[in-house]
Design a protein around this ligand. Structure first.
Ligand SMILES: Cc1cc2nc3c(=O)[nH]c(=O)nc-3n(C[C@H](O)[C@H](O)[C@H](O)COP(=O)(O)O)c2cc1C
Length: 167
């Protein structure tokens, strides 16, 4: 009987939550038990055999809950297989240098956790959900507006995880 996998995410505007749910659905289809939960709701990792952590970029950084989660569960995360994904609009039209920079920030956010698998996924910007200041920010950096989530790429990544977790 396969063990339970945790997909823990932070998602200020909801699009990372959609990616976390899609990963959970794909793993359930493969026969695994999966909990999909917000990072800040997680109180223990005891019942999990593997952990997937996800969070979006805002203003050049990954939302702080990811670093807090890594700090809170540093010891347990050192003994479990971990996969991680970051979400941003940067993967849309990104240059190799942009991707490299995003990866560096991603790694330093996760440090000292070394994921067995990682991904940068394109996300979604919904103008309706932005504050006045956020609208101004996305206009200033000419961020692309729309839903760029690639559900096939997300499902394909999820399908590879149990093998990488050794499950
Ligand atoms: C104010 C604002 C700032 C953002 N800054 C970045 C950024 O620095 N880099 C990036 O790749 N994406 C950035 N994004 C895009 C978000 O990462 C993307 O919209 C993501 O899907 C949001 O996830 P959420 O819906 O779970 O909150 C920004 C979006 C907003 C609204």
């Amino acid at each position: 009987m396969p063990g339970t996998i945790l997909v823990a995410y932070v998602s200020p505007k909801g699009s990372t939550a959609g990616i976390a749910e899609a990963i959970g659905d794909e793993l359930r289809l493969a026969g695994y038990r999966v909990d999909v939960t917000e990072l800040k709701e997680v109180s223990s990792l005891e019942s999990y055999q593997a952990v997937i952590i996800g969070g979006p970029f805002y203003m050049g950084k990954i939302v702080g809950d990811v670093k807090k989660f890594v700090g809170r569960f540093r010891d347990a995360l050192g003994t479990l297989p971990v996969a991680a994904f970051a979400v941003g609009v940067a993967p849309v039209n990104a240059t190799p240098a942009d991707i490299e920079k995003a990866r560096e920030i991603f790694h330093s956010t996760l440090d000292p956790v070394k994921p067995v698998a990682e991904a940068l996924f394109a996300g979604k910007i919904d103008r309706e959900k932005l504050s006045f200041v956020q609208k101004w920010m996305v206009e200033k950096v000419k961020a692309p507006i729309g839903d760029f989530r690639d559900w096939d790429a997300i499902a394909a990544w999820a399908r590879e995880l149990p093998g990488k977790f050794g499950m």
